[in-house]
Design a protein. Structure first.
Length: 122
């Protein structure tokens, strides 16, 4: 089984640090960073073995959600996330915008899918 969250965080850290510094998190955002914008959270949605041969899975279908929060223009972060993920063979399946009135932050939830060979890295 591929640890999708760690792989995606490593992918994003290679390109996103200029925009979000070291604020890319797995599953939850620590309270200490909740008001330090912008930041990114990566969550695995599903990780399903597939393409079985002789009772042995050869691939995994990976689904991941990348949420980001910002008080500025969300376009630069969104565009760089998308470009980065597409360059690693992830296909965007949805983007949902939110505005959090209590904090004044914009949030976008971006979902991606990919298929990975179990013998190879994504």
């Amino acid at each position: 089984m591929i640890d999708t969250e760690v792989k995606v965080i490593n992918i994003l850290e290679s390109t996103m640090t200029k925009l979000v510094s070291n604020r890319i998190f797995r599953l939850t955002v620590p309270d200490a960073y909740a008001d330090k914008y912008p930041y990114i959270k990566v969550s695995e949605i599903n990780n399903i073995n597939n393409d079985y041969r002789d009772n042995d899975a050869k691939t995994s279908d990976l689904r991941v959600q990348i949420d980001f929060w910002t008080k500025g223009d969300p376009a630069p972060i969104q565009n760089l996330i998308n470009k980065t993920m597409e360059s690693h063979q992830f296909k965007r399946t949805s983007v949902t915008p939110f505005y959090e009135q209590d904090t004044g932050a914009f949030r976008k939830a971006m979902r991606y899918i990919s298929k990975a060979n179990l013998k190879e890295e994504i």
